[in-house]
Design a binder for this molecule. Structure first.
Ligand code: GTP
Length: 375
């Protein structure tokens, strides 16, 4: 779970119960959205973790309490509140399921409070040694209010982070806001990885919202092709000018790269180690699909939140319609322009003028102790 690359190029299916996180600033419309979706059959084998029962207004759905604060809704969804640390709640749910005290669930949705920084929540899922065996991070959904969204993004760093690290952005209250173009443009600039949907769109079902297919792009219809294509290409061709549109967003930047030649697994491992040790705290989100030299027909999918990387998944084949080349998109704070391409180039390409060379980088005395450099 700490991001070791698999030694064997075997197909590796994702494991663990998928955990989706729903966030959004105060009053953005998280509860309204959950209320609409909770009747979906998708929720019947889910466990929903919320902050307070009152928040979700599910009273009409309550049937029975299985004791100690886990309740079962009439459609089967299990519901509980966070008590103490989130990791304890997740561990407790798993324990109860395994000991037969609550009915089995096959997915988890966590609604965070409006002011929460979602990164520690995500890290508590993928960074926890024991929980990481039982759960995997499926994705982060952030609700943004079309009426107040721009002002909220201006005023609150937490709101910008919620947008910057999301897999999916849901625009609520669009019917009250006229053209939401300025908001959408701002969201795209803050996070070119995310797909943007409208809360009022009837096509937005629980399954479509929460199952990102992040780790299984062959079975799902193509999260990878989407996040690696349209808007990151746009980003390429147009440089980064729209990152400077708003001074508040100036230090959150995305950087992406495309690389055609297959990459040696070792070179990739070194690149990732160095990226995380040198840039971990500022790295908000990374997604990538990598063409490895051991078997270029089976790409590796990478996901990271800050310095924590989910276990990489080796796909059996390239997603249909996706170009068969390595693509990495990184969203980071205070990242020098072109940093990723420079660093990547040092590991996979010939070192060039103005590009740090591999030996110099791996000898860097500033590399965090304990981070293997695998020379
Ligand atoms: N018109 C309209 N109103 C909405 C929409 N979504 C939410 N609202 C309203 O916005 C207000 C806040 O919505 P909530 O769903 O409670 O927001 P929340 O994000 O759960 O709020 P907190 O729990 O306080 O963080 C409520 O009055 C909702 O009725 C929407 O899509 N359209």
């Amino acid at each position: 779970m700490t991001g070791e690359l698999p030694d064997e190029p075997a197909w590796k299916a994702p494991h663990g119960i998928p955990v989706s996180i729903l966030t959004g600033f105060l009053g953005a419309g998280k509860t309204t959205l959950l209320n609409r979706l909770i009747g979906d059959p998708w929720f019947s084998d889910a466990a929903l973790i919320i902050n307070e029962f009152g928040d979700v207004g599910i009273d009409h759905l309550l049937v029975e309490s299985s004791g100690d604060g886990v309740i079962e809704l009439s459609d089967g969804c299990l519901c509980c509140t966070v008590r103490g640390e989130l990791v304890d709640t997740l561990a407790d749910l798993m324990d109860r399921m395994q000991t037969g005290r609550i009915r089995p669930f096959s997915r988890v949705v966590i609604e965070t409070t409006g002011l929460a920084d979602p990164v520690p929540v995500m890290q508590s899922v993928i960074g926890h040694p024991a929980l990481g065996q039982s759960y995997r991070l499926e994705g982060l959904v952030t609700v943004v209010d079309a009426v107040n969204g721009l002002a909220t993004l201006d005023a609150h760093a937490e709101a910008r982070r919620q947008v910057a690290v999301a897999d999916t952005l849901v625009v609520s209250k669009a019917e009250l806001a006229g053209s939401g173009d300025a908001l959408v443009e701002r969201l795209e600039a803050l996070n070119p990885l995310a797909r943007i949907v409208y809360a009022a769109d009837a096509g937005v079902t629980a399954e479509k919202l929460f199952d990102t297919g992040a780790y299984d792009p062959v079975a799902h219809s193509l999260d990878v092709a989407r996040w690696m294509s349209s808007r990151s290409d746009h980003d390429h061709h147009h440089g980064h000018h729209h990152h400077d549109v708003n001074r508040h967003d100036a230090h959150i930047r995305s950087d992406s790269l495309v690389f055609e030649k297959p990459i040696a697994p070792k070179a990739l491992a070194m690149f990732l180690d160095l990226l995380r040790s040198a840039h971990g705290p500022n790295l908000l989100r990374m997604k990538g699909i990598v063409k490895l030299s051991d078997d270029p027909s089976r790409p590796l999918v990478l996901h990271a939140v800050q310095s924590l990387m989910s276990e990489p998944v080796r796909l059996p084949a390239w997603p249909e319609g996706a170009a068969q080349e390595t693509r990495l998109v990184i969203i980071a704070r205070d990242m020098p322009k072109g940093f990723i391409a420079e660093l990547f180039g040092a590991f996979v390409d010939e070192p060039g003028i103005g590009r740090p060379d591999r030996d110099a980088l791996t000898d860097n005395p500033l590399v965090i102790p304990g981070m293997p450099s695998r020379r």
